[in-house]
Write a protein that binds this ligand. Structure first.
Ligand code: KG4
Ligand code: ZN
Length: 313
């Protein structure tokens, strides 16, 4: 639905939520061989996200909670990404660190319990998923570009081109400089260093360069995004002394990151946890597992709870 526009169109997303929410809940209950009366509580995504879509979910959850007289549980999307690691066995022991990388967020989270989470590092500009998607856009690939870069990278040489690593203090990340350097690099059709700002290539030369070197460009970009992420994760593990390490969020579906975290984990003696592929990108199971842990603590919301596009942690 959104691919033809090169990104998510909020109004279309909101309408699609309205059209699909009843049949989707119905299908989920059938697949789980569950009756609506078996449900103990209704969890929903309260924040952050596109407000039009969040409103549909929140309104539906409130109505269901009222109709069934069951508790309502508001869930933070980023907490849910982290807790996706608690869906399957083996589960990480607390405390653990989670590198949460999605389309809108890049965070290192210190997790002391399912409900005691602290963000100890985050991006100061673009998210890692955005770096993938924006690179894909520059390369002329359709949205969302992350999975396509992953696919082409598998056939490329990750050392073909060297993109710069930003020097950001502490455990924070930055990806906007990388995006600019990729743009310059392509506008020079690979004929100069990535820093050169005078654009020497014609449109035709740029296109031909991309066509002939797509796999190597994707592999090199992915390699740099992954190394930025893993260098900070390593720093966080050293600073906290924590060796239970998880990854989460849409970008944790990336094969370069999955392999990279396993390799560094072996070297550093970490216990690595990676959610099953279907629990990496946005999914309802991660909202449900977070709802479960909040249910145990009776952390319920009343009907005045409002969804929010942005939410601080
Ligand atoms: O967590 P998510 O599904 O939605 C948000 O909360 O944003 O993450 C979506 C992001 C997108 O930027 C998408 O390109 C990226 O995750 N993504 C990937 C891969 N699969 C999804 N990035 C790189 N490689 C992948 N295999
Ligand atoms: Zn997400």
């Amino acid at each position: 639905m959104h691919a033809q526009y090169g990104g998510v169109v909020p109004e279309l997303a909101s309408r699609a939520h309205m059209q699909n929410i009843v049949p989707v809940v119905d299908a989920a209950l059938k697949e789980a061989k569950c009756n609506i009366k078996d449900i103990d509580a209704i969890a929903f995504t309260q924040a952050p996200g596109l407000i039009g879509a969040l409103l549909v979910g929140a309104q539906f959850a409130k109505s269901l909670s009222l109709a069934l007289d069951k508790p309502l549980i508001a869930v933070h999307h980023m907490q849910a990404h982290v807790l996706a690691n608690l869906i399957d066995d083996p589960k990480p022991e607390f405390p653990f660190l989670c590198l949460t990388v999605s389309g809108g967020h890049t965070q290192i989270v210190l997790c002391n319990s399912p409900t005691d989470l602290k963000v100890i590092g985050q991006t100061i500009d673009d998210a890692a998923g955005e770096a993938f998607d924006k690179t894909a856009k520059i390369l002329g690939l359709p949205y969302p570009g992350g999975p396509l870069i992953d696919k082409y990278a598998k056939e490329g040489n990750a050392k073909a081109y060297k993109f710069p690593e930003p020097h950001i203090a502490g455990l924070d990340f930055s990806f906007s400089g990388l995006k600019t350097s990729i743009l310059y690099f392509l506008q020079n059709a690979g004929t100069s260093t990535v820093f050169k700002e005078t654009f020497t290539a014609t449109e035709e030369e740029r296109k031909t360069f991309i066509e002939n070197n797509l796999a190597d460009i994707c592999a090199s970009v992915q390699n740099r995004i992954v190394s930025i992420l893993l260098n900070k994760l390593k720093k966080a593990a050293e600073q906290t002394g924590i060796k239970n390490i998880c990854i989460a969020g849409g970008v944790s579906a990336n094969s370069g990151l999955r392999n990279g975290v396993k390799a560094i984990g072996e070297k550093e003696g970490w216990n690595i946890f990676i959610p099953a592929f279907q629990y990496c990108t946005d999914n309802a199971a991660m909202i449900a597992i977070t709802g479960y842990y909040k249910f145990l603590e009776k952390d319920f919301s009343d009907l005045s709870v409002k969804p929010s596009a942005k939410a601080e942690w």
